[in-house]
Ligand binder design. Structure first.
Ligand code: C2O
Ligand code: CU
Length: 543
């Protein structure tokens, strides 16, 4: 059959928020961008036209793209950018994903406004593993800056310090009525008493994990990162940039108006924060006398680490029988990876706003990733040397107390490099992410392209290679593409390297990624004809 095609025209459009009009980059003039609706197992083609003035790439976050890294999208990792005036037809291959994902620009900080939902329905005729919802509601949590995002990023790079905070958080692009000039345009979700709504919640914010809830209503989490979960009912969720959560909302309260709201959870030390909150409204369509002031959801405090982590780590895969078979049991390779925010010396004749007048940086295993000028995939495929190295290390887990103060100097100052890690086809990989206490201990949403991984364990403090694996959950661990690694703690994930290609792995906090908190996995092809990377498309953007 013919593949369905979608048209994405990247172009500027004017939007008014917080009383001011501004030009932003969009897809098809929409903000948030268009929702892609597909069925499980479908392959589609998105024709991306760049009619803006900047280089751009588009990424399908959480789509495994079996054997097809070519159209995955991260700039200078799997492709060179689509230049203004050019286009790229991107095949998007859905396989086992079902639920909600999203797409976003993977170039500069353009994902701030260039993003949208992906809804993956069950195969035609197949049911949901829960009561059929009355309606689907994408809820995209994001951020708005009054200033141009190119300028915001530029200033951030020049200052060597932290980026400026956004001027508002948003729900479906709207700040909500706690912000000036935002009352009329606030999202209003109409519900009918007794009906159930599937909220497809996406965190598209650049730099913050968010709490989200609806006043007086509970949420039943039924999916996360396009994998179904055991139903889990909670007054609020915590969701990190990159993550998606499917939640059932039962309109089972007294008909009235109720706020839904999102608020930042800030795990870093020493942040002082004004509880900036973005709102939207749930309206019952049934007749009622509205109460004078609608209720607000009770969300945890901005520094409530245990609320955030308990929520994230309460999630379990549905269908344990299936997953307990698929979780890799015998590990071929364990890669132990420290995650650090660091500082580098301030270049002469510059002033840097980092701690002690230094420049902030970030690293995995003490390597601060340098983005190459030819993408790693093409360099690998065409054997172009000098673009990347294959020496991304694995640190010994127990040599240092990574979460204590005063780590040795060699762990404080990262080295710069473009180092990838080569994995054998079909090897079973365990990755242990270890947070460190350098500069500021903070949670990190770590994201892997090309795979979903099982989250088998987590804890505070140092990972203990002897004891901690004994407590792993190998029965019904959650299957994610992005996981929150706790501040001053660790998380362990497992996956089978059965998807040959070049796959980016990075912190989904935009500032951390810009500082170098990333690496690349190169999964070698297997011998069989269906175990090899597919041939490149003819219209790969030139480098
Ligand atoms: Cu949501 Cu590398 O991406
Ligand atoms: Cu991070």
């Amino acid at each position: 059959a013919e593949l369905r095609r979608f048209r994405f025209v990247v172009k500027e459009a004017s939007y008014k928020r917080l009383c001011e009009e501004k030009r932003i980059l969009t897809v098809n003039g929409k903000f948030p961008g268009p929702t892609l609706k597909v069925h499980r197992g479908e392959t589609i083609v998105v024709d991306v036209f760049n009619r803006g003035k900047y280089n751009i790439t588009i990424h399908w976050h959480g789509v495994r793209q079996p054997r097809n890294p070519w159209t995955d999208g991260p700039e200078y990792i799997t492709q060179c950018p689509i230049q203004p005036g050019s286009s790229f037809s991107q095949k998007v291959i859905f396989s086992k994903e079902e639920g909600t994902l999203w797409w976003h620009a993977h170039s500069g900080w353009f994902r701030t406004t260039v993003h949208g939902a992906i809804i993956i329905y069950p195969k035609p005729g197949a049911p949901y593993p829960f009561t059929n919802p009355h309606a689907d509601v994408p809820i995209i949590l994001g951020e708005w800056w009054k200033e141009d995002i190119v300028k915001i990023r530029q200033d951030f790079l020049e200052s060597g310090g932290q980026p400026r905070d956004s001027d508002a958080y948003t729900i479906n692009g709207q700040p909500g009525d706690l912000y000036p000039c935002s009352k009329q345009s606030m999202l209003k979700l109409e519900v009918k008493h007794g009906q159930t709504y599937l909220l497809r919640i996406i965190n598209a914010a650049l730099n913050e994990i968010l709490f989200f809830g609806v006043a007086k209503h509970s949420l039943t989490v039924v999916g996360a990162d396009a994998c179904y979960t055991k139903p889990f009912t909670t007054p609020y969720i915590a969701i990190a940039p990159g993550q998606t959560m499917d939640c059932l909302l039962n309109a089972d309260q007294q008909p009235d108006r109720y706020y839904m709201a999102a608020r930042a959870y800030l795990s870093g030390a020493g942040v002082d924060f004004d509880h900036t909150t973005t709102t939207a409204m749930v309206h019952y369509a049934d007749p009622y006398w509205p109460s004078p002031s609608p209720d607000m959801p009770k969300l945890p405090d901005f520094n409530d680490t245990s609320a955030a982590l308990n929520c994230s780590y309460s999630i379990r895969s549905l269908n344990s029988q299936w997953h307990s078979v698929l979780v890799p049991k015998v590990i071929t390779e364990r890669i132990f990876t420290t995650i650090s925010v660091n500082t580098l010396p301030c270049p002469a004749n510059e002033t840097c706003e980092g701690p002690d007048g230094r420049r902030l940086a970030a690293s995995l295993n003490n390597i601060s990733f340098v983005t190459p000028h030819i993408d790693v995939l093409e360099a690998y495929f065409y054997q172009i040397s000098g673009v990347f190295g294959q020496r991304f290390p694995s640190f010994p887990p127990t040599v240092f107390n990574y979460t204590a103060d005063g780590l040795p100097v060699e762990l404080q100052i990262p080295r710069k490099g473009t180092q990838a890690r080569v994995l054998r086809f079909n090897s079973n990989i365990e990755m242990v992410f270890q947070g460190t206490n350098l500069v500021a201990g903070i949670d990190h949403p770590m994201h892997l392209h090309g795979f979903s991984f099982y989250v088998v364990g987590w804890g505070f403090g140092n990972f203990d290679a002897q004891k901690d694996p004994l407590n792993y959950n190998l029965d019904d661990p959650q299957l994610r593409n992005t996981i929150i690694v706790p501040k001053n703690g660790w998380a362990a994930i497992r996956f089978k390297a059965d998807n040959p290609g070049v796959w980016f792995m990075h912190c989904h906090f935009e500032r951390h990624m810009t500082w170098g908190m990333e690496t690349v996995f190169i999964v070698r092809s297997g011998r069989g004809p269906t175990q090899r990377v597919l041939p490149p498309p003819p219209d790969m953007p030139p480098c």
